[in-house]
Design a protein around this ligand. Sequence first.
Ligand SMILES: [Zn+2]
Length: 213
Amino acid sequence: MAASKSPTPREAFELLLAGNQRFVAGAPEHPNQDATRRAEITPGQRPFAVLFGCSDSRLAAEIIFDRGLGDLFVVRTAGHVVGAEVLGSIEYGVDVLGCPLVVVLGHDSCGAVSAACAALEDGLSPRGYVRDVVERVTSSVLAARAAGRVEADQIVAEHIRHTVDLLLDRSRVLAERVGAGEAAMVGLSYRLADGSAQLAAARGLDVTANAAS
Ligand SMILES: [Zn+2]
């Protein structure tokens, strides 16, 4: 990809999917991880996607999408919960760096989602600021239950969709960019066992979500 030309939202999405497919197949190319790339992007970064994902150590962004330096603007929090710093960081990636795609990356067996489910079951909240994380996942769990989606994978998918819509709802910058067709958002659900990222939501991009809904 030429550094001078930004990809379209669809091209950015296809770049990510292709990298994930290489990772799943056990045939990574490790692009943009050498000294040449390091020198090329020293004057300035031009990442093609903002990746906002769960902090889980098994979701290392550049590894699971087989990318390298300067490719992804990465923001991660436990359970991909959203606060002001997250919104500001994502807006920076889109509005200042010109990323045409924002990805929300969740996954199965997410500890934050499990903790939110457990808190609703037994009424006990975790202590400290972990409670803050869990509380921000709870509304997604409640929405999933209200819609009759009670399986773990369904709750994860609901939380991913909720997060995509929450970002669009909170951020005027994102909503404007997506509305103008300059950027798109997708929600991906990562499967720990096989390394694949399944589409859970898409906004501003004509692709079909294959998650159960
Ligand atoms: Zn997680």
